[in-house]
Write a protein that binds this ligand. Structure first.
Ligand SMILES: *[C@@H]1O[C@H](CO)[C@@H](O)[C@H](O)[C@H]1NC(C)=O
Ligand SMILES: *[C@@H]1O[C@H](CO)[C@@H](O)[C@H](O)[C@H]1NC(C)=O
Length: 275
């Protein structure tokens, strides 16, 4: 008896509350954030609406506000109030704004995207009871690669490639304008760092940074590699000179010995003559 009482008056309301929570209308944006848009192309956002069985959607609203700054002015982009027939009719506030609502989904499209269209987008779903559910999405301009630089960290034998503000930059390295040989070094996973294994470090190292809008590069120039070659040449020249010198000395000695014996012979002849 007691257990039944407990179930009826304590657990059941909790259970109902949970069900009500589950049945609240909710909305979430399907795009991966932040969304980057190339100027001139179009921005398309998709949001999924989950509505409770008793919570009919009466309005969908798309808005935008700046991502940063003191002046967070909300701009209404489109509203989709419920019509008499049950469907939602959408009206965009600009000629390039297109909004659509279907059963479980709403989409926003902005054609001819410009920097001014960047910001935090919000989609709000209002149910018949007047409760709101909102989802946000950051939208930014897709920017070209800027200011690539390569710096050397002498103490750690690394070259570090930096880039200022390009969107989704990917890094790659060249050595003497060709593919990086394994003997030169190893590139970090993110591509920004080149761990040098060659000794001595010499030649030209180029870091290329690219994204959908193009490439930019910077080159680090170490000491010229010819130094080693020049050293060998100098050694060879020295060796040849040394050989020549030795040869010369040997020839001189031979000549001198030959000369002496000649004189000796002549001396003998002279002595023979006088005798
Ligand atoms: C629900 O959202 C709409 C659109 O953003 C807004 O105008 C309205 O005031 C909100 N209502 C509540 C109860 O927050
Ligand atoms: C060199 O790299 C190490 C390890 O990444 C770092 O701690 C150090 O500050 C760097 N030195 C310079 C001069 O950048």
């Amino acid at each position: 008896m007691d257990l039944q009482h407990f179930l009826c008056w304590r657990v059941a309301p909790l259970f109902l509350l949970m069900l009500r929570g589950l049945h609240c209308t909710s909305v979430h944006i399907l795009n991966e954030q932040p969304v980057h848009v190339i100027p001139g192309s179009s921005l398309a956002l998709r949001a999924q609406i989950r509505q409770g069985p008793l919570k009919e959607v009466s309005m969908v609203t798309w808005e935008r506000e700046p991502e940063t700054g003191n002046d967070l002015v909300r701009v209404r982009l489109a509203t989709c109030p419920g019509g008499g027939g049950g469907g939602l009719e959408c009206t965009g506030t600009g000629p390039n704004v297109r909004v659509n609502v279907e059963q479980q989904e709403t989409t926003l499209q902005i054609n001819g995207y410009s920097r001014a269209d960047s910001g935090v987008y919000a989609v709000t779903v209002t149910d018949h009871a007047g409760a709101n559910a909102t989802a946000h999405c950051i939208v930014r301009e897709y920017e070209a690669v800027h200011h690539v630089s390569v710096s050397i960290n002498v103490s750690h034998s690394t070259l570090v490639c930096g880039e200022a503000w390009g969107t989704e930059p990917h890094f790659s390295w060249l050595y003497e304008r060709a593919a990086l040989p394994q003997t030169v070094g190893e590139v970090s996973k993110d591509g920004t760092t080149l761990f040098l294994t060659m000794t001595p470090v010499c030649g030209h190292f180029t870091c290329m940074v690219g994204n959908k809008l193009g490439y930019s590069s910077a080159t680090y120039t170490a000491a010229p590699c010819e130094a080693e070659g020049r050293g060998t040449t100098a050694a060879i020249v020295c060796l040849v000179l040394l050989l020549l010198l030795c040869g010369g000395a040997l020839a001189f000695l031979l000549w001198r010995r030959h000369g002496h014996s000649d004189r000796g012979e002549r001396l003998h002849e002279h002595l023979d003559d006088s005798m």
